[in-house]
Design a protein around this ligand. Structure first.
Ligand code: ZN
Length: 562
């Protein structure tokens, strides 16, 4: 599942910095399922375990979209569905639909100097890419325009024209909001630079140093806006003399020389698309779409002691954090004490840098394969009357890009998709993972938002289960702060008026951590959720009439709102 926002990402940087430790090669854990290769038709905990241990193995290196690791993992999925006997439905009769991602990063010779003295990237200064055209900074003058905490005394708008405006940040204000405020006041500035920021320069480098990957848009590039620069103390002093707390607004500084241009290169990414044809000649031109995301968040720059990190995150969870990114009162956070020595008496430190994404979304990716295998081999009334299209979306974690691309450029007519089912993080959900959790716990988000009939169908299917699920609709509430309706791939189907159902077993303390590993999955619970999802999909596929959409269709170009 996609993280809440880039603001949350920046807030999390401080945590990552504390957990740094020397990089070592993690020892591979013994995997009970690894020796097994054969799988069987029925959906089973054993098959899910066998496949998930392979798919969330360290050798997949966290499956990050835009890297060769996502190509490797999508090849693995395609091999599985080929063996099962589905039909390829990607580009030109292949299993894959290429998704044009662009990696954008600073030019190799990025530099900044003052009076002939060069300063060090990610130590003395850190540019944050806002996209679009980037103006030249070579020979541009600087001016200190004041303190954001006291806008009444800031220099007038004209002072910033054609200049790099240096600002004293307001404590605690998120970086992007601060930039927006300053850029609004000085729209003709070349750059907005926050001075004396030694505390975050390096962290910004850790996050933005490798560049950013985005979907290549059909639209024109974003209009030019002032660059965003974070300056360390040494460079700030070289540019403007004096204490930024007391320096007069409008004080001119020295000019800079250098180059902060960006280059764009293609980044490899692809959806896996496969079809199971329907049996009813009158209905097989319609499709039920099933989706999960193949990608995860890759490899961290620094290895951490996995067990002590996990113990800390579990303690955070006991204080009420849904996942490690939930904001918790710092005073309460400070009460957490992890006895690392006692942990290490049980087992030596396991240094780990690979985000295996067993639950996110290894569980959904493998769950779809398991459904495909069961459905392909089904007999009689279990065979699908409508066709089924399986899509393993890429680049979900980078911004739902694979599903955006697929729904903008579907390989079947978009109007022939009668409903979508998305599964992301379905392998957990125990009482220790989530409030209200247990063996029959599942979260459901979305169906009522476009089709009352879809919501009722799922309730009916659940009532007919041997032991019905406790369906948690908490996260489907209008305006819920977690905003989960907009945070996984189903959102891109819903924007075109396709009814969606998103199943998950929820957030937990291993979310987006190196500890999201296959040994922490509850395979029996997981198998029961996969069977339930198949039951729902089969019911949609085999109805006489397609589901009625009785709610207004959104504007596909509008921003998602829950
Ligand atoms: Zn995720």
């Amino acid at each position: 599942m996609l993280r809440r926002s880039s603001r949350a990402t920046l807030a999390a940087l401080a945590v990552a910095a504390c957990a740094q430790a020397p990089a070592t090669t993690p020892a591979p854990a013994p995997t009970p399922g690894a020796a097994r290769t054969a799988t069987s038709s029925p959906i089973s905990a054993t098959d899910l375990r066998t496949r998930l241990y392979a798919y969330a193995d360290d050798s997949m290196r966290g499956r990050q979209a835009g890297t060769i690791d996502n190509i490797r993992s999508t090849a693995w999925i395609a091999e599985q569905v080929k063996r099962i006997g589905l039909q390829p439905a990607g580009d030109d009769g292949s299993w894959f639909q290429d998704v044009p991602l662009i990696r954008r990063g600073l030019v190799a010779n990025a530099s900044l100097s003052v009076d002939g003295t060069p300063y060090t990237l990610w130590t003395d200064f850190a540019p944050i890419d806002l996209g679009g055209e980037t103006p030249s900074i070579d020979g541009v003058g600087t001016v200190f325009v004041g303190r954001l905490a006291d806008t009444a005394t800031m220099a007038p708008s004209s002072a910033g024209a054609g200049k790099i405006v240096i600002v004293r940040a307001a404590p605690g204000m998120p970086i992007f909001l601060a930039h927006q405020r300053v850029a609004t006041r000085y729209p003709k500035a070349v750059a907005v630079a926050f001075g004396n920021q030694d505390n975050i320069v390096k962290q910004v480098g850790l996050y933005f140093g490798a560049g950013q990957v985005t979907l290549k848009k059909d639209e024109a590039p974003v209009a030019t806006k002032p660059l965003l620069l974070i300056l360390g103390n040494r460079l700030t002093t070289a540019l403007v003399r004096g204490d930024l707390e007391t320096l007069a607004a409008g004080t001119p500084g020295k000019a800079v020389r250098g180059n902060l241009g960006y280059v764009e290169t293609a980044a490899p990414a692809r959806n896996v698309v496969a079809i199971l044809p329907g049996t009813d000649p009158a209905l097989r031109g319609e499709y039920v779409a099933l989706g999960a995301h193949s990608d995860h968040i890759g490899v961290n720059k620094h290895a951490v002691d996995r067990d002590s990190l996990r113990a800390f995150n579990q303690a955070l969870h006991r204080l009420g954090a849904a996942d490690p990114f939930t904001e918790i009162d710092p005073a309460r956070r400070a009460t957490i004490h992890v006895d690392v020595d006692s942990l290490h008496r049980i087992r030596p430190a396991v240094m780990d840098s690979i985000n295996n994404g067993a639950d996110d979304d290894g569980s959904g990716s493998v769950g779809l394969i398991e459904i495909a295998e069961a459905w392909k081999n089904a007999q009689g009334a279990d065979r699908p009357r409508r066709s089924v299209i399986f899509v393993w979306h890429t680049a979900e974690e980078l911004g739902l890009f694979g599903s955006e691309w697929f729904t903008d450029h579907p390989t079947i007519p978009r109007d022939s998709i009668v409903a979508q089912v998305n599964i992301d993080m379905i392998g957990r959900g125990s009482a220790s993972d989530i409030v209200g959790g247990g063996p029959r716990y599942v979260e459901l988000i979305g169906p009522r938002r476009l089709s009352t009939e879809y919501a009722h169908l799922i309730e009916r299917v659940n009532a007919a289960e041997p032991v019905p699920f406790n369906i948690d609709y908490t996260f489907d509430a209008d305006g819920h702060p977690e905003n989960i309706y907009c945070r996984s791939d189903h959102a891109n189907y819903a924007r075109y008026g396709i009814p969606v159902a998103f199943f998950s077993t929820g957030q937990h303390s291993d979310y987006h951590q190196v500890s999201d590993e296959p040994q922490f999955i509850d395979y029996d619970h997981y198998a029961s959720v996969v069977r339930f999802v198949w039951d729902v999909a089969r019911n949609v596929a085999n109805r006489d009439a397609r589901l009625v959409v009785d709610k207004p269709k959104p504007d596909p170009k509008a921003e998602c709102r829950q």
